[in-house]
Design a protein around this ligand. Structure first.
Ligand code: NAP
Length: 319
């Protein structure tokens, strides 16, 4: 099978397309034939070595969708031929096939394409975990999604609609803002325009945000604290550096800065989140948007693209 392999940490050029023998599932594992693979920013951090040591060579990638090819002994929930999406795997997702444990595999409804299935794992788990588990969002609350045009942002708009929040979303491009509007945000703002957060305060009649889902905290955390309502919560989802804040901004508001990482979420929380995502997929409320499809051999180009401004939904690879 074809697979992308990493032999050393580095830039996108360390992603090498290679031929590997087809792996065999151990008891409790299954072999999934992958039809689409999701690209996440975290894949680039792992490739660069920012997430700690790895045994080389390895196949990167967490998210994908496909068809169960072979279920090993002791696999109870799935059988060969079933459509599934992966949220993690044993052998890595940038490949034609992946070995997975049963808890890494979830049913993919017929109403979703494989490319949409490859956009579910990291983004939709992050959106639901952020809004429900960390923010403890209540119906009617004002939500600012600071970076709503990418994989997590679109998932967050759709999840927030299910939770009946008042959604404000930002993007740095017209195309991104159009996407957020189509997804059902009440108002969209340009995070590159001067004064856009003053505009947000006007739109909320001076109340501010009950919740901010923050995709780039190193740029925005200090500003987020100033536009929070009383008892507001900033959920730090993404950050690529350090930032200076005024702690006083949290005091009179009784405000919280809450970090999160789905990597260290408990198995029980993740099972609950996947159950909720399954319900959202079944009702049609959750429908990933695919912005770009590339071939597996273009993994390096996908890594460059996902780190550039101008996000529009999800980038996927087709093996
Ligand atoms: P993505 O698809 O690349 O989207 C990035 C988003 O950030 C886009 O909406 C982009 O908007 C926006 N952005 C760019 N500059 C911004 C700014 N100055 N202010 C606010 N937003 C800005 O990435 P993603 O998959 O949605 O992930 C978003 C971030 O969350 C990444 O840093 C990722 O590593 C992190 N993440 C964390 C977890 C966790 O467990 N904590 C899980 C998943 C993802 P424009 O391109 O329109 O400017």
């Amino acid at each position: 099978m074809k697979s992308i392999r990493i032999h050393q940490f580095g830039g996108p050029e360390v992603l090498k397309l290679e031929e590997l023998p087809l792996p065999k599932p151990a008891p409790g594992e299954m072999l999934v034939r992958l039809k689409a693979v999701g690209i996440n920013p975290v894949d680039t951090y792992i490739r660069a070595g920012l997430y700690g040591p790895r045994t080389f060579p390895f196949t990167p990638g967490l998210d994908a969708a496909g068809i169960v090819e072979l279920a090993g002994s002791d696999v109870r929930k799935f059988k060969a031929g079933e459509r599934v999406y992966l949220s993690g795997s044993v052998s890595g997702a940038y490949a034609e096939y992946a070995l997975c444990r049963e808890d890494q595999v979830h049913a993919l409804p017929d109403s979703l394409s494989f490319t949409q299935g490859a956009a579910l794992g990291v983004p939709y788990v992050t959106a639901y975990f952020g809004l429900v588990k960390r923010a403890q969002a209540l119906p009617g609350e004002i939500l600012l999604i600071h970076g709503a045009s990418g994989g997590v942002g679109v998932a967050a708009v759709q999840t927030a609609r299910l939770l009946k929040l008042k959604i404000y979303g930002t993007s740095g491009t017209d195309k991104g803002r159009g996407l957020i509007r189509e997804q059902g945000a009440l108002h969209v703002l340009d995070h590159r325009a001067p004064g856009y957060l003053d505009e947000f305060m006007k739109l909320t009649e001076g109340k501010g945000a009950d919740i901010v889902l923050e995709m780039l905290a190193n740029e925005n955390l200090g500003k987020d604290l100033k536009i929070l309502a009383a008892h507001g919560r900033v959920i730090v989802i993404g950050s690529r550096g350090t930032v200076s804040i005024d702690p006083r901004d949290t005091m009179t508001r009784h405000a919280d800065i809450r970090g999160m990482s789905i990597v260290t979420a408990s198995a029980a929380d993740l099972a609950e989140v996947h159950e909720a995502i399954g319900q959202g997929l079944a009702s049609g409320a959750l429908r990933p948007v695919i912005g770009a499809e590339l071939s597996l051999s273009q993994a390096a180009s996908a890594h460059e693209q996902v780190m550039k401004a101008g996000a529009y939904g999800k980038i996927v690879l087709i093996p």
